[in-house]
Design a protein around this ligand. Structure first.
Ligand code: AHR
Length: 502
């Protein structure tokens, strides 16, 4: 199979917002406890945070981490997580039917973010609580001092405010599973009132209102329209969530979920425009895709853990998807979609970061390692920063369950002007054929290939485990060349590649 593409320096999509490579950590399963925090672990620092996990996170250069939920936030009292640890209450977490020790709260999370070099993106509880809780939490986190909540923060050991800019107004409020679930109008009014109060404190906050939990929700896409009609001028982003699954083991169909993602983004971008026009507003709202990942491998195990009379365990192993090589392709396609939609998707968070549907796994007292999907996320986060190129791609296509005209060769391109580097991320969705790709590079002062990484595996179901951590990992590619302004590269069947040219 042959494919070609044109990359022209003048044809760009947008400057990619670095925050599109963000992540998410929820008080769920072993994400926090035994994930980032394990005081007895041999690598734990003075705050009880695992050094091995922090290293893997740091390597990813994650720009922002959303916290503390997720479904968890909709019945969370943030005040439970402050003050002396031994006095913090144990609470029942209704979302995941577990016990929450509150040993980690905002202070511990903020310190961890500083350690790994990331920004906080905080969510307020608009399920069981509302405006009052949000304004108090904001005052605690961002006010310098001289008020009740800011002085309490200082008393609890943190003098400087954290100055968190990004705030989520609840989580998945369209979902009947959510504590305090609301219809679009109810939620829209509450979110607008909460946003107004938060903006009275600080006009420069960046606020994120809840969009749909997925594109199959019966309320989608009216939810977005109604919520934005209530909130448009008070918020900066609307959040979207989507999880990808392949229980039937139909790879070709699975990989067309990227087409569904693209349509979802396109539809919500159109809804934003519609509401903007209706409101005669000059303000722009963008998409914050704050939960995305493959999620299905652990469903059966979770049914057992969550079903029946499972009690209220603390930090059980929930949502522990073990990712395979096939998921590398899916994650590569998702990230390519975000790069190509960087004009409207400004923030995105892989869900989640450690243990719970995550690129990083840990064993209690034992090792931490990179799952298969760590690598495409790593390459995009480290090398996918700059300006997204509007590539003209010509590739054979196929039709699948979740979308038609899916290009077998899926490509995104990023121009880093500062470093004078071009980076291409390529996925071959064909299961049996090589793809010979020729990329015409127009207007760039490019010389040669400076990096070429390839991920292939004879077994789509191959995984990385504690004992075999390197079964699926990138290797240096061979044979990519630049001759007369043309980059040539061959993609083996079902492969992911990154090629960098300078
Ligand atoms: O990320 C796991 C869960 O998925 C989150 O808690 C929720 O927001 C979504 O349904």
């Amino acid at each position: 199979m042959k494919a070609s593409a044109v990359a022209n320096k003048e044809f760009t999509i947008a400057k990619i917002d670095d925050r599109v490579y963000g992540a998410f950590l929820e008080h769920l399963g072993r994400a926090i406890y035994e994930g980032i925090y394990e005081p007895d672990h041999p690598t734990a620092d003075e705050n009880g945070m695992r050094g091995d996990v922090a290293k893997l996170v740091k390597d990813l250069n994650v720009p922002v981490v959303r916290y503390p939920g997720g479904n968890f936030v909709s019945a969370y009292n943030w005040e439970d997580g402050i003050g002396p640890r031994e006095e913090r209450p144990v609470r029942l977490d209704l979302a995941w039917h577990t016990s929450e020790s509150n040993h980690v709260g905002i202070h511990e999370f903020a310190d961890w973010c500083a350690t790994v070099g990331t920004e906080m993106m905080l969510a307020v509880n608009l399920g069981s609580r509302g405006v009052d809780e949000a304004r108090n939490f904001l005052e605690y986190v961002n006010h310098p001092g001289g008020s009740y909540w800011s002085d309490l923060r200082i008393k609890n050991g943190r003098k400087e405010p954290w100055n968190v800019k990004l705030w989520c107004l609840g989580n998945e409020m369209d979902g009947p599973w959510q504590v305090g679930h609301k219809d679009a109008a109810e939620y829209g009014k509450l979110a607008a009132n909460t946003a107004r109060a938060m903006r009275m404190f600080d006009k420069s906050l960046e606020l994120i209102v809840c969009g749909s939990s997925n594109a199959d929700m019966p309320s989608y896409p009216d939810w977005e329209r109604i919520v934005l009609e209530h909130t448009y001028d008070h918020v900066d982003f609307i959040s979207l969530h989507m999880y990808f699954f392949n229980p039937e083991k139909e790879t070709a169909n699975f990989l067309t979920m990227a087409e569904k993602l693209d349509t979802y983004i396109e539809t919500v971008a159109a809804t934003i425009k519609q509401v903007k026009a209706k409101k005669r507003s000059k303000h722009d709202v963008y998409i914050c895709f704050d939960e995305w990942n493959v999620w299905y491998h652990s469903k059966e195990q979770d049914k057992k853990l969550l079903g029946g009379n499972s009690g209220w365990p603390h930090a059980p192993g929930l949502l522990e998807d073990v990712y395979n090589f096939e998921d590398v392709l899916m994650v590569g396609l998702i990230l390519n979609t975000f790069i190509r939609r960087s004009d409207v998707v400004k923030i995105a968070c892989i869900a989640q970061l450690v243990n719970v549907i995550a690129p990083i796994m840990t064993e209690k007292g034992g090792p931490a390692w990179a799952q298969t999907i760590y690598y495409p996320y790593y390459f995009a986060s480290i090398f996918g920063r700059g300006t997204a190129l509007d590539l003209k791609v010509d590739s054979p296509t196929y039709d699948g369950r979740y979308g038609d005209n899916a290009a077998y060769v899926d490509i995104s391109g990023v121009h880093d002007e500062e470093g004078s580097t071009l980076t291409f991320f390529l996925v071959n969705r064909h299961g049996t054929e090589n793809a010979d790709v020729e990329l015409s590079l127009q207007g760039f002062a490019t010389g040669s290939v400076i990096d070429h990484q390839v991920m292939t595996h004879p077994n789509l179901e191959a995984t990385n485990t504690a004992k075999n951590q390197d079964e699926v990992k990138p290797r240096k590619g061979e044979g990519a060349t630049v001759v007369d302004g043309k980059l040539s590269v061959t993609l083996p069947p079902y492969s992911y590649q990154m090629v960098r040219v300078k």
